[in-house]
Write a protein that binds this ligand. Structure first.
Ligand SMILES: O=C(O)[C@H](O)COP(=O)(O)O
Ligand SMILES: [Mn+2]
Ligand SMILES: [Mn+2]
Length: 505
């Protein structure tokens, strides 16, 4: 173990590794500084997807699990896995929370409303979970089921919503119960920027049947001007011209996303609007909503990681990120623990928010960099943790050239951080949390269309040693679970007892 040297943990969001290709915006970018670090510093590729981090085999990584595992120092069974286990084992069919509500609906004649993202992107939801819930509703003879379908185009390739809606219509037919009542893009339904006007439009569709009236679900897709993400709220009407969907007194609403961060704003808004009307709310997995919504599956404990260890040793850390990734370097890195920790300082960088990130791939990176440099200059802060969001956030647009420019801005920011680190005697550990920008096209077999989603590729983990610091090249396979033990070792601390990862340097 090293004697203990202060450092900077820099998460480059969406920084995956793949060889050069026409799909790789990272190798296409001019990133001389990062190229130099990768060539000269002890580096390793770390697994950031699938079972290595606590996801189902072959599942793409995401920011939540990525930061949780970076912080926990061990794989954390993610919500998608817990839901899948509940379904595969057959336990969901007798899930006490679900059964109680379904029995009540069948006895009293209420409707079950299933609200969720309809794709198999495996980041927020899996449309197969909706299928199982429809089957279970049929087994319990729930008199009516309404599906309020949120179209994706972000975790999966754009212009795929027609196929997923087709799947959902097939599931409904197979179950013999249910109708698609609402179709709306995730840009509206899964806003997490706090833009309540977007959320309100979705709520009004569900509560009052307000929105574009359509006869068939697929008609909704013709009404978007910005792809699947921005399908405007559409309400399917019945033969009598009335919307099929509005939630009525005594109904139940079950949110089918397993990930909370983007659906919780809508869940809270609906909860408030329907208060006092005897509507039961449920969520597939546990949400961070203000409202207490009972989950069908409880989340895993991701505690006992880096944050706990730093607190136990009184090691001060400063956490820095743009608003988009702020929770990731605080809440998720701390094992989904929102407790205020006296030895932690949080810097949430705000600034101009571009409605379209392709026009501003630099985002507010200058301010993030300034905050990191300023924290690095403090003697009372042994550890600075920051997230550079650009590669991931711009990568999600599916726009190759903008993502290439995001990488070039990131390169200059990393250079500035490394200079500050050298001047203040710090090491810098750079790591991706999952892949994204190294794959901006779908597979050729699928027709090579633009792709803004995450990947299963490993991520680089690179240590830029502090001046005079001797470190050996890391050996063997690595995963994100090795990052917290590495950070602790570099700070001169032992891994926490619950960590299964090992120090890489
Ligand atoms: O919510 C999103 O923006 C994407 O679906 C997933 O991206 P993230 O895991 O990087 O947040
Ligand atoms: Mn991420
Ligand atoms: Mn992302």
């Amino acid at each position: 173990m090293n004697a203990g040297t202060p450092g900077i943990l820099l998460v480059l969001d969406g920084w995956g590794h793949a060889g050069p290709s026409e799909a790789n915006a990272l190798t296409a970018a001019a990133t001389p500084y990062l190229d130099g670090l990768l060539a000269d510093c002890p580096a390793v590729l770390a697994e950031a997807s699938g079972t290595a981090v606590g996801l189902l085999p072959g599942t793409v990584g995401n920011s939540e699990i990525g930061h949780m595992v970076i912080g926990a120092g061990r794989p954390v069974p993610y919500d998608s896995v817990l839901v899948q286990e509940e379904i595969s084992s057959g336990r969901m069919r007798s899930n006490a929370t679900l059964v109680e509500v379904l029995n009540r609906l069948s006895a009293a004649g209420g409707t079950l409303h299933l609200v969720g993202l309809c794709s198999d992107g495996m980041i927020h939801a899996d449309v197969q979970h909706l299928r199982e819930l429809l089957r279970i509703a049929a087994r319990f003879s729930v008199p009516a089921v309404r599906v309020h379908a949120i179209t994706d185009g972000r975790d999966v390739a754009d212009h795929t919503a027609a196929a997923y809606l087709g799947l959902v219509e097939g599931f409904v037919a197979e179950a013999g119960v249910g109708q698609v009542a609402t179709v709306v893009g995730r840009g509206y339904a899964l806003d997490k920027s706090g833009d309540l006007e977007l959320t309100e439009k979705v709520s009004l569709a569900l509560v009052d049947g307000k929105g574009e009236a359509i006869g068939e679900p697929q008609e909704a897709l013709e009404l978007t001007r910005r792809g699947d993400e921005w399908v405007p709220p559409c309400v399917v009407t019945g033969a009598d011209g009335r919307p099929l969907g509005p939630v009525r007194d005594g109904d139940a609403v079950l949110f089918t996303n397993f990930r909370s961060d983007r659906i919780q704003q809508l869940a809270d808004d609906l909860y408030r609007r329907l208060a006092g009307r005897g509507v039961t709310f449920l969520s597939l997995a546990q949400y961070d909503t203000e409202a207490a919504i009972p989950p069908l599956v409880h989340r895993s404990d991701a505690g006992g990681g880096l944050a706990a260890e730093l607190a136990a040793h009184g090691v001060r850390s400063v956490r820095i990120a743009e608003a988009e990734k702020f929770e990731h370097v605080t809440y998720y890195l701390n094992g989904r623990d929102a407790a205020v920790v006296p030895v932690e300082e949080h810097v949430r960088v705000t600034g101009d928010v571009a409605p379209d990130y392709t026009a501003r791939p630099e985002m507010n990176l200058d301010r993030v960099t300034e905050a990191v440099v300023s924290a690095a200059g403090r003697d009372d802060v042994p550890l600075v943790v920051a997230n550079l969001a650009n590669i991931d956030v711009v990568g999600h647009t599916g726009h190759f050239d903008a993502t290439r420019r995001a990488a070039e801005h990131t390169d200059r920011a990393v250079e500035a951080v490394c200079h500050a680190a050298r001047a203040t005697g710090r090491w810098v550990l750079l790591v991706g949390d999952h892949g994204n920008a190294e794959k901006m096209l779908t597979d050729a077999s699928a027709g090579a269309r633009p792709y803004g989603g995450h990947t299963t590729n490993p991520v680089p983990a690179v240590l830029v040693p502090a001046p005079g610091q001797q470190v050996a090249a890391p050996a063997g396979p690595a995963t994100l679970a090795d990052i917290a033990p590495s950070v602790l070792a570099l700070l001169g601390l032992a891994p926490a007892p619950r960590m299964t990862g090992r120090p890489l340097w």
